[in-house]
Design a protein around this ligand. Sequence first.
Ligand code: B4P
Length: 187
Amino acid sequence: MPRLIFLGAPGVGKGTQASRLAQNLGVPHISTGDLLRAAVSQQTILGVKAQAYMDRGELVPDELVVSMIEERLKEADSQAGWILDGFPRNVAQANVLEQLLASLSQHCEHVLNLEVPVEVIVQRLLHRGRADDTEAVIRNRLAVYQAQTAPLLAFYQARHQLRTINGNAPIEQVAEDLKHILQRSPD
Ligand code: B4P
């Protein structure tokens, strides 16, 4: 049963690859960024609270994101597997996820870490042009990634779940490399 987490800085291609892979594997693609953007566009209580953080490129407070993901992972379609994209984003979220999965008798098989040089990321995101894709906000998101999300590499390395893939290649090539990684058994 595929249960995978995509890690990596903003713009490395997590969303792009997670969505393709989820379709191929027939499991839900659960992107906290997409869920939060939907909440913002519907102006739900969560969306109103989250918007200012997202506009600045900061992480939305853990309690908001954690309850959102808890609900999502308990839905019927998540019981046959899932791909998480953008969660966890810090060590506190990773600890909560570990406890949540244990309580649901679920286990994540692989944590897929895409790597892309910083200047390539900035150009990709400027080209995409989402509301939070201005250069100042992108640089802040990258700083937040270094400070808060990068420590997750050591967290998952210690659990022998981490697989690192070069994301600085055409989308098809990255997808192919991911496929090969998933065919290999865990270390
Ligand atoms: P996200 O939606 O996760 O946005 P992101 O990190 O920028 O990555 P995304 O997945 O969208 O982009 P991708 O790399 O696929 O987060 C947005 C905000 O939500 C955060 O800043 C934060 O405020 C909040 N948030 C989300 N999760 C949270 C959490 N757990 N806790 C707290 N806050 C949270 O793609 C980027 C671009 O590159 C695309 O245009 C794509 O087409 C292109 N691309 C992809 N692969 C490529 C390739 N191989 N070659 C060339 N271009 C490529």
